[in-house]
Every structure is written in structure tokens, then in C-alpha cells.
Ligand binder design. Structure first.
Ligand code: UD1
Ligand code: CA
Length: 461
């Protein structure tokens, strides 16, 4: 069977943070997730991740998604692979792909194509390489007339070798039983006194095994991050690749300032994305929408012809023709039905807002089921928490909720009913009724004049 080993034990000292480097994010996902996802999409039968520095963080992230091996001391990439010997020995028949957890852009097509080449050429090892303008920091590919001759690390390279532009991506296919044999033969006799996995190429050739290179046409597949600047470069490359994909599908961007769209987001044609908009997770946006400026939309499904201006929405559904904003917070498990309008400074949580309902300004609606064509007045609050438990409010179709109404949950307003401004509703209101809760308004004529006259008297004394 064909399987993968992902190296993720290193610390990434130059990141200056107690996080294993493969857990640093590119477009909202750990680099490790990008690499793991590519292996999963290539349908490799088994995957083992080597952990080391802050191993618990990686184990917690992976759960039981794949196997892990622990590298107690970081003695190099070859040493890291040695820690997976029990995993490798469990199935020695096929091929093993070794990848770096800090180079996120490897893709399933490259994995499959390089495997085909690896098998067709009967190689013991096939290195995935690329030619780049700036090879600094990478291992350089040494070639002779008969093909690849080895890999030399930058710190061990001569000036002439440093000028080579073909670099080692850090991904390789090995015949599994050859890999096990080669691992036993690498030493740490080099500038960094590490066990370099890269030495396996020269060792294989010395033993008359075949070694090959698969040079990727897309140089981005090899990009890795060794410091914060490198991570920013990866984010920039990933961000622009996503924006270019959407533009090709008919999505408009007047400018790209502050626009971050994670790679699994889907957007329909004719939609415009305005500056400062961040679209995350499994968000789906329909056609002909205007999203932004300044929206954060996460795991939310948005229909067609929706306008969102300065909206934050999480784990919710917003149906077609809805207009929301500015300054609106849609919290998880909300469903805004088609044609609803939600204006400034409104917060909605775990609620259904019916078709055509208007919530023009300054309201909190939590744990509520609101019908169709309801009018929610300014300052309406669903009082859903009594300090111990949350309860729901229900509002019938065509209800008119007056300004500054407090709905003390659990409570139900019937259909076509009214609440008067300032009502605090503690019991259910039947269909077609008015709930009014109002003391007598007393008018005290001349009150201000008397008050000021009194205070003047006091001062004169
Ligand atoms: C490595 C390659 C280099 C290649 C580059 C591509 C070696 C000796 N060099 O260099 O030829 O161009 O990747 O990005 O292999 N790791 C461990 N345990 C360790 C050391 C590293 O798990 O003891 C992991 C790291 O977490 C990282 C990966 O292996 O994910 C690569 O290690 P890193 O130290 O970044 O290698 P490079 O110097 O970049
Ligand atoms: Ca690296």
C-alpha cells in the first residue's frame, strides 16, 4: 500500500512562539492541515505524523484522524523518519511519501503524478523538486549527466552549489523497504550534526539503487515557511491564488485590501466583495450579492442577492434577498429568511427570523422564533436568560413589536398582535391583541421654574 509520513516535530525557533511550526496558519488553517488534506485527497492508505516540540498541540488537533510517532529529541529530518519505523514495518510492500509539515502547498495531483513517475522509473527514491528564482534556505539538487546525484543542504554547500536553482521540496516518494534500509545508513556527519533525510539519495545511488527527481511545473508547491516573513509570503500567495480563482468565476473585487477568503469558501458569479471582508471556513455565498465592506462571515450559507455591510455572521443561514447592516452581529444557529431586513446595531443569536421581517435598529433577539413580516421596534430585547437558564420567545406572523419592548422568556406573542412602546411582556399575548403596560403619565406644570427659583433662594441666603 502507499502511505505518507508527515514531519511536524520541529520547533520553528524563528517564529518565537510556543507553537510547533506546522500549526502556524496559512489562510486560517494550520500548515499541517494543508499537507494532511493533500495526502487524504490523494487517497493514501495510511498517514503518520511525526510530532516532537509541543507534541500535545498536534495530537489534540489530529485526534484519531491519523497515526502519530513521537520524536523526543530533534536530531534532523532523517532521525524524524526513523521514529516511524514501527509504522513503516507494518506495511513494507508499497511506497512511502515523506512530506514536511511546514510546506503547505503540496497538492494531490503532484502527489499522484510523482508516484506514477516513481513507480514507472523503478526508483528507490523520487524527490519532488522545483526550479525557483531564490533558492536560499533550501537543499539544492545535484545532477550529473545520468540524472540526480544527491542533495546538498545550504549550510554544507559550496558557492557553486548554492547557485543551483533546482531545490528539494522536502517531499519524496520512497519504496518502503528501501527507505527502512536507507534510514539505517545515514549519519550526522555534516554542518548541523543532524541526520539528514536528504542523504538517502546519495546512499541509494551508491548502492546501485535508482533515484529520480520529479520537477514540479508550479514552483509554489515547494514553498515553506521558516520564519514570520516566510509565513506572510505563504499567506499572500495563498490569498491571491484564492482571489484569482473567484475572479475567474465572475466574482468582483474593486480592490483587494483586507480581503481574506479561505480556500473552501464558495462564491456565486456577479457577487462583489468589498474591502475589509474576511470569509472563513465552509462559508457559501450566492450570486449577485454585495458583501462588505468590513464583514466577517464564518461557516455561513448566504443566498443570492444578499447585501451585507459591516456584518459579523457565524454558523448561520442567510437566505436570498436579505439586507443586513451596518454593524450587525449574527451569532451561531441563526436563520434569516428571505427578504428580511436587519439594520444597524442588532444582535441575533440562535433564532429564526421569518420572511420579510424588519428589525431596523438597536435590538437583541436571542433564542427566538420570529414569524413572517414582523416589525421589531427599536430597542426590543428578548430577555432570554434569567441568570440560571435560557428560554425561548416566539413571535407570530405580522406582529408589531413596539419600541423598547422587553419580552421576558419564555413568552409567546400571537400573530397580528401589537405591543405598545415600552411594554415588558411577561405573559403570552393572544392573536390580534394589544399588550400595553403603562403607568399614568403625570404632567407637573411649571416644575422647572419652581426648582430653579428654590435653588436661587438657597444661594442668596
Ligand atoms: C528541509 C530539507 C531541505 C529542503 C527543505 C524544504 C533536510 C535535511 N533538508 O530543510 O533539503 O529544501 O526541508 O522545505 O531534510 N522536523 C522534524 N524533526 C526534526 C527536524 C525537522 O520533525 O528533527 C520537521 C520540521 O518540523 C519540518 C520538517 O521536518 O516540518 C523540515 O524540517 P526543517 O528543519 O524545516 O528543514 P529545512 O531546514 O527547511
Ligand atoms: Ca523548513
Amino acid at each position: 500500500m502507499n502511505q505518507a509520513v508527515i514531519l511536524a516535530g520541529g520547533q520553528g525557533k524563528r517564529m518565537h512562539a510556543p507553537i510547533p511550526k506546522p500549526m502556524f496558519q496559512v489562510l486560517g488553517e494550520p500548515m499541517l492541515e494543508w499537507v494532511l488534506g493533500a495526502c487524504e485527497r490523494a487517497e493514501l492508505a495510511r498517514i503518520c505524523v511525526v510530532t516532537g516540540y509541543e507534541a500535545d498541540q498536534i495530537r489534540a488537533y489530529l485526534g484519531d484522524r491519523c497515526e502519530t510517532a513521537y520524536q523526543a529529541e530533534r536530531l534532523g529530518t532523517g532521525h524524524a523518519v526513523m521514529q516511524t519505523l514501527p509504522f513503516l514495518n507494518a506495511d513494507t510492500d508499497g511506497n512511502t511519501l515523506v512530506l514536511c509539515g511546514d510546506a503547505p502547498f503540496i497538492d494531490s495531483d503532484t502527489i499522484r503524478q510523482s508516484l506514477e513517475r516513481h513507480i514507472a522509473e523503478h526508483n528507490a527514491v523520487t524527490v519532488i523538486t522545483a526550479c525557483v528564482d531564490n533558492p536560499s534556505g533550501y537543499g539544492r539538487i545535484l545532477r550529473t549527466d545520468s540524472g540526480i546525484a544527491g542533495i546538498v543542504e545550504e549550510k554544507d554547500a559550496t558557492d557553486a552549489q548554492r547557485a543551483i536553482k533546482e531545490i528539494n521540496s522536502g517531499c519524496y516518494w520512497f519504496r518502503t523497504h528501501d527507505l527502512i534500509d536507507l534510514l539505517g545508513r545515514i549519519t550526522n556527519d555534516n554542518a548541523q550534526q543532524e541526520y539528514y533525510l536528504t542523504d538517502t539519495v546519495a546512499i541509494a545511488l551508491e548502492s546501485n539503487l535508482r533515484a529520480g527527481a520529479f520537477c514540479s511545473q508550479n514552483p509554489d508547491v515547494v514553498l515553506g515557511a521558516n520564519d514570520r516573513k516566510g509565513l506572510l509570503a505563504l499567506n499572500t500567495a495563498a490569498r491571491m491564488a484564492v482571489l484569482n480563482k473567484h475572479m475567474a468565476n465572475g466574482v468582483g473585487f474593486v480592490c483587494t485590501d483586507g480581503i481574506i477568503i479561505e480556500r473552501h469558501v464558495e462564491i456565486g458569479p456577479g457577487t462583489e466583495i468589498l474591502p475589509g471582508t474576511i470569509l472563513r471556513g465552509r462559508t457559501v455565498i450566492g450570486a449577485n450579492c454585495v458583501i462588505g465592506p468590513n464583514c466577517v462571515i464564518e461557516n455561513t450559507v448566504v443566498g443570492d442577492n444578499v447585501k451585507l455591510n459591516t456584518v459579523q455572521a457565524y454558523d448561520s443561514r442567510i437566505d436570498s434577498g436579505v439586507k443586513i447592516g451596518p454593524y450587525v452581529h449574527i451569532r451561531p444557529d441563526s436563520h434569516i429568511c428571505s427578504g428580511a431586513k436587519i439594520g444597524d446595531f442588532v444582535e441575533i443569536k440562535n433564532s429564526e427570523i421569518g420572511e420579510g421581517t424588519m428589525i431596523a435598529h438597536l435590538a437583541y433577539l436571542g433564542d427566538s422564533d420570529i414569524g413572517k413580516h414582523v416589525n421589531i421596534g427599536c430597542g426590543t430585547v428578548t430577555v432570554n436568560f434569567d441568570g440560571l437558564k435560557k428560554s425561548r420567545c416566539e413571535i407570530g406572523d405580522h406582529a408589531f413589536v413596539g419600541c423598547n419592548t422587553n419580552l421576558i422568556a419564555p413568552v409567546r406573542l400571537g400573530k397580528d398582535c401589537y405591543t405598545a412602546a415600552g411594554a415588558t411582556v411577561t405573559t403570552d399575548v393572544p392573536d390580534y391583541a394589544l399588550a400595553i403596560d403603562r403607568g399614568t403619565l403625570h404632567i407637573k406644570e411649571g416644575y422647572t421654574l419652581r426648582k430653579f427659583a428654590k435653588s436661587k433662594e438657597k444661594k442668596d441666603q
